[in-house]
Design a protein around this ligand. Sequence first.
Ligand SMILES: CC(C)(COP(=O)(O)OP(=O)(O)OC[C@H]1O[C@@H](n2cnc3c(N)ncnc32)[C@H](O)[C@@H]1OP(=O)(O)O)[C@@H](O)C(=O)NCCC(=O)NCCS
Length: 354
Amino acid sequence: MVVVHPALPPLPIRPEAWEWLQRSGVRVVVRDPTSRRGGGYWWPDRKLVDLFTAQEEAAIHELAHAWWHERRLQGTNAADLMVACVKLSEEKHPRYARARELARHYVYGIPTQPDPQSPTGWWMGMFVGGNGGGLDWEVYAGLASGVMGNLALLPPYIRRFYEELFDPPVRDLPPAEEIALRDGRRVAVRLADPDDAAAIWRLIDTVARERRYLRMPAADWGVEGEWRWLVGLEERGGFMLVAWDGDRAVGWVDIVPAAGLSRHTGELGMGVHPDYRGVGLGTALLARALDRARALGLEKITLGVRAPNAVARHLYERFGFVVEGEFSGQIKDGAVYENEVRMALWLGDRPPLV
Ligand SMILES: CC(C)(COP(=O)(O)OP(=O)(O)OC[C@H]1O[C@@H](n2cnc3c(N)ncnc32)[C@H](O)[C@@H]1OP(=O)(O)O)[C@@H](O)C(=O)NCCC(=O)NCCS
């Protein structure tokens, strides 16, 4: 947070960014410090952030203009921002609802908003020619003030344009449950959040690279792929629980409902970091995931386990999972084939089958 003018409240701007702006000659004036009605200009030739009143939103907006002014001409930054804005307009997660709404306005305009300058008579947004077209600088400042500089409200592919300007995201995490492991260490277990993507990806990648337990040899989808998966999880009605030792993710379990007429079933995946195995964490995670699945109304949990993975099979059996089938040679790593064992657990009574 920095104070850029005595009339304004502290703004969520990084001190280094404010220093840079000042070093490059940017000044802030507030015409009427007694009002908060808003409005302002960025005057590039005078390097002036000219605020009509002491409104925080206008200050963030005009300072974002000042910051983006020369950055937009570096490499393909301006075009990259426009592409990211189109992507943002399709984002469904409720976390990004405000940013998405703005992005949709910028991309598609607002047919109900009159604009005498526009050939259609309505405001056509920031992308379509005929009323300026290609206004990346307004997109940049509009998103900045639209989320009031809170990076948590922007997906990573657009957040990256703002990361050096605004403070780190303010995280509003789901409640955690502390669990004592058998060796005395304590971990916190909570639902995964999209902003956990990097830590979760590192954990899954570590387990995948052991090459013995998971279906993939590495988590080659990367951090953004992990984020995308977490964001889609809620929409699909699934969840992931993660165990944390400080800011290190050390275990996970996820259950994702299947589609269509298998919607009453959920597929389970899990893993524990090698340094935390054999001390009860897998058991604790699985118990909580099954409780949650039951509470969500799922009836049957399914999973696939590599046939030689005796520890995992033992754990699942202890919770009542039974083998429902075996796919021969389903796993092939180099020249080595393994069977995949399909296991399942009915959470209530198994229904009569036809
Ligand atoms: C399978 C896995 C999730 C289990 O988690 P964990 O935290 O190690 O398990 P726990 O400490 O809760 O122990 C679970 C059971 O396995 C047994 N077990 C644990 N490690 C064992 C080992 N090395 N050898 C034999 N049994 C072992 C435990 O004794 C316990 O059984 P019990 O309660 O009957 O005594 C974990 O080992 C793992 O991440 N493995 C690699 C990834 C993986 O296999 N994922 C599942 C893919 S289907």
